[in-house]
Each structure stands twice: as structure tokens, then as C-alpha cells.
Design a protein around this ligand. Sequence first.
Ligand code: ATP
Ligand code: MG
Length: 383
Amino acid sequence: MDSATMPTRLLIVDDELAQVQALCETLIPEGYSATGFTSVAQALDALRAGKFDIVLTDLTMPEMDGIAFLRAVNRIDPDVVGIVMTGHGTIATAVEAMKAGALDYILKPFNLSVILRMLARTQAMQRLRRENTALLQRLGERTVELEAANRELRAANRELEAFSYSVSHDLRAPLRTIAGLVQVLLEDFGARMPSGAQAHVTTISGQALRMAQLIEDLLRLSHLGRQALSKEPVDVASLVHEVVSELRPLEGDRKIEIRVGELPQAAADPSLLRQVFVNLVSNALKFTRQRPSAVIRIEGSMQTGGSTYSVADNGAGFDMGHADQLFRIFQRLHRADEFEGTGVGLSIAQRIVERHGGKIWAQAQEDRGATFSFSLPEQGTFV
Ligand SMILES: Nc1ncnc2c1ncn2[C@@H]1O[C@H](COP(=O)(O)OP(=O)(O)OP(=O)(O)O)[C@@H](O)[C@H]1O
Ligand SMILES: [Mg+2]
């Protein structure tokens, strides 16, 4: 029988035998399992030997008063609920009984319907208490599990970063040899090579350069995860002006309008936040390159709990159906012969924003421009 179908087990204690007998005789036919005692010591022995749900005890008994008895019950089994029966119910004794752990008290003499109502209420309360305890226990277990999983994830992440760092680092030297020798091959023997072979060697040289760039990008990304963050108040407006005046000249004299709006202060690592803006603004410049007149808007706003910044352009945009790929390393939505790049800028930006406890997202329409936004929490919780 499970606990839901098992009768509620009552332990009844009163120094008056007639009272114990009367209670047992009336409650057993009502579906309860009732065991009665006139001796407190025997009742406590029974409690040590078996399991009970509710204790009904008299308040004044020669051996031990009901309050002391309930304390002893609680020490043996804290799950048992106590009800005190008292002939001279004063508020003071009732309060004291409740303090000793009694859930309720009942004034003697009482009739059957009163005790049945009280027992039903007590059972409901006990069910809730048990469910609550089970839930709290489950919650505690889940928390411990989650904390352990979190620790494991962090360790795995650190390992992965260390791994990608050392692999990228070690790949650099042989690649440099390949690129160098291919260059020598072209310079010293290029003229004597059949033109087909020369074209292949030129492709090898180009691909080696591309691979070197990918390795550099991987190194940058893995370095980012290992680097400590140092948070401070950052004047985002002047940081953005610096970034713009650094990047704008690289675009020659094509027509570009860069509007910088309100930019609230942030709590961030200044050099990392700078990298986020460098990546977003250089993307905006790159993807508007085919526009006769480019317009780039950089602005921000304060919200409760933090601030949001955005970089919007009227460039090539992209299909939002592929938006989930944007922030993955080496993922690009445009062809390399259209727009150059290795596809690492946004993963770096995302990594930085998330390490600050923020989020980054994009909104775009193909051929109608794109807006990249990110939020930073006020406190800049670092992860
Ligand atoms: N402002 C933008 N407008 C349209 N597409 C964009 C914009 N910014 C990013 N994208 C798309 O997201 C892809 C990934 O961007 P990301 O900055 O990571 O790489 P990248 O600019 O191609 O190369 P890298 O930043 O490494 O030089 C881009 O290749 C492009 O397809
Ligand atoms: Mg980029």
C-alpha cells in the first residue's frame, strides 16, 4: 500500500483510559488506524518502534505534560504532527502547545464531527508539508547537480580554449615554412614552370595566407576566453568617436554619413568593448561598400538594469532565415569575392558581450541594411 491509500496512523495519549478507548473506538470505524496509550513512556516507545502520522495528546498528565511529550515526539520523528487536547483551554496553554510544535488544539469535551474535521485539516496540512519538504529536497539536489554541471562545463570550456590555443599556436610554424617555401618556389623557379603549375603554386600561396589568417583569428578568439576582464565605467560616446575616426579613413573618399546619437556610459572592460564596436562598425562600413551613399547610425539607450547600443547600416543586409549562423565562428552569409573577411568578428563580439553578462542580436533585410544591437547589464556581471 502506498502512503496515499494507507490509513492515517494515529497515536492517542491520555491518562484517562476511558478517553483513550472512546477515541480509538470512534476513530477506527472512520478509517483511521488508532493506537492508544495511558502511559507517556509506552507511547514514546511505540513511536520509536513504528511509524505514526498524527499524535493526539492530553495536555495535563501526571507522568509528563503534553507539551514536554510533544517535544520528545518531535525529537523522535519531526514529521509527526501533534494535536493537543485540553480540558481547560486557555489561550496561554494553547500558544505554548503550538510553540512546542502542536499544529492545533481541541477543547475537551468534543464530539465526533469536531475531531473528524480537525483530523481532516491536519492530514491536508501534513500532506502539504511533506510535499513541500520533498520539493525543497529535490530543489536542493537539482541545485547541487546544476552547480556540478556548471563547474564541469567551465572546466571543459577552459580545456577546449587551451586546446584550440595550443593547436593554433603549433600550426603556425609549419604553415610559415610552407608559405615561405612556396614563395621561394615562385620567385626562383616560377619563370621556368609550365603556366599550369605556376597557377597551382600561386593558389597554394593564397590558401596558405588564408589559413594563416584563420589561425590568427582562432588564436584571438581563444585568447579572449582566457583574458581577465577589468570592469570600469566607460565613456562609450568618446570610445565610439575614436573607433569611427580610426576606421573612416580606411574607406577612402566614398560617400559615408556616420551619425552618432546618444550613447550612455557602460560598466565594461574598455578595450574589449572597443573591439565590439570595431567589429560592428567595420562590418557596417564593409557591407555598405556597394551603396552610392552609405548611412551608418550608432546610438544607445538606458533601460532598467542596463543599456543597449546599436549599429545600423543601409548596406547589403541578409536573409533573417540565416540569422542564427551569424555569430558562429567562420560563418559568413556573403561570398568572399563580394565582401572579404574570415567570419570571426561577430563571434568575438558575441563572446565579449556574453562575458559581460549581456546579449547581442541582429535585425536585417536582404539588400535593405542591417542593425546589430547589444545590451550590457548595469552591474556588468562577468562570466
Ligand atoms: N552589417 C552587416 N550587414 C550585412 N551582413 C552582415 C553585417 N555584419 C555581418 N554580416 C554577415 O555576418 C557574417 C559574419 O560577420 P563577421 O563580422 O563575423 O565576419 P566577417 O565580417 O565576414 O569577417 P571578419 O569580421 O572576420 O573580418 C558576415 O560575413 C556577413 O555575412
Ligand atoms: Mg566582420
